[in-house]
Design a protein. Structure first.
Length: 325
């Protein structure tokens, strides 16, 4: 039974990235970029993706801990790559700007370095996986999985930008769930499950069922995350509500279309129009709508997991715990 801890995963990621920083003299030529890489890797986090990979591989009987640690760390580096790019698209940042050295300010805004850090992490993670396939004699299909999932995620980020564009298809629940699959589900859940099954040599018949479970869990996870965003709107009133610029518009647009029968795509183009539209929304109804989506997706994931051999898959309570934690 594996005893890999989250602390060991973080240390492995730091070892991998510090080696790349040293190999390419990044600390010498751009200390801000090096600081950005380290700060994102060490930020607090639940490490859901490597946990899911490790738990599934362990349930399938895989016992090579050095290989498992290396692959799990690379999987989390891919998550941080996606996080960095997603933050840049959202205009957000999850860590404080790196400290300046020698009292000199960075030559460019922090988001420029974060974008470059994401590029480095994606390249590094892929290289680590290539080496792991060779050094540990594990399934080469892992590389094809990572390539496919990476492109799907990037395309999902583009879909996220365009979701409420007037020229786009209507914002139905089905389309929103497709967005959540492409932006979150494939890389956060399907990839760790698929890689774990490939590591353990599980029957290929389990892959499609695992994908169904992973996508349903990804949707439930994203809808649960949306509920966190809705909470400030429930607690605030009028001037105390968050600014519209921080709202996740795609869910609200879908709710208005599905539950209220109103196509609001033309009203999301400016901050003023968004503020007026948000003032018409019942956030309690939106929260209830979102909670219903969570339960629906959890039920679908339960059915998908039930179709798998329980002796060769991680426990359902662990999977659901990821959503409910």
């Amino acid at each position: 039974m594996t005893t890999i801890t989250l602390h060991e995963i973080e240390n492995e990621m730091l070892t991998i990235v510090d080696q790349e920083i040293a190999n390419h003299s990044i600390d010498d030529h751009s200390p801000t970029l090096a600081d950005t890489l380290r700060s994102y890797i060490t930020r607090p986090g639940r490490r859901l993706r490597p946990q899911l990979l490790i738990e599934t591989a362990r349930a399938c009987g895989y016992t090579n801990e050095p290989a498992l640690l290396r692959v799990a760390a690379a999987t989390e580096l891919l998550h941080i790559f996606a996080l960095l790019h997603d933050d840049r698209l959202d205009g957000a940042s999850r860590v404080a700007p790196p400290e300046t050295r020698n009292d000199q300010a960075p030559a460019a805004p922090p988001q420029h370095y974060e974008l470059l850090a994401g590029d480095i992490l994606h390249t590094t993670a892929h290289s680590v996986l290539v080496d792991a396939v060779h050094n540990f004699d594990i399934a080469r299909e892992i590389l094809a999985t990572v390539r496919r999932v990476s492109i799907t995620t990037i395309a999902g980020q583009a879909m996220d930008i365009e979701f409420l564009h007037e020229a786009s298809p209507p914002p139905t629940c089905e389309r929103l769930k497709t967005l959540y699959d492409r932006k979150t589900g494939f890389y956060s859940f399907v990839a760790p499950l698929t890689i774990a099954l490939l590591l353990a040599g599980a029957p290929s018949s389990q892959q499609s069922k695992a994908q169904q479970a992973g996508l349903a869990l990804g949707r439930a996870f994203q809808f649960r995350d949306d509920l966190v965003d809705i909470r400030p709107f429930l607690e605030g009133d009028g001037a105390h509500r968050p600014h519209a610029a921080y709202w996740e518009f795609n869910l609200a647009g879908t709710y208005m279309y599905e539950a209220r029968g109103i196509d609001t795509r033309s009203q999301w183009s400016t901050g003023a129009a968004r503020s007026r539209l948000l003032s018409t929304i019942s956030f309690r109804e939106l929260a209830q709508f979102t909670e219903e989506q969570v339960e629906q997706e959890l039920e679908e994931s339960r059915a998908a997991v039930a179709a798998l051999n329980p002796d060769s898959f991680c426990h359902l309570d662990f999977l659901v715990g990821i959503i409910n934690a």
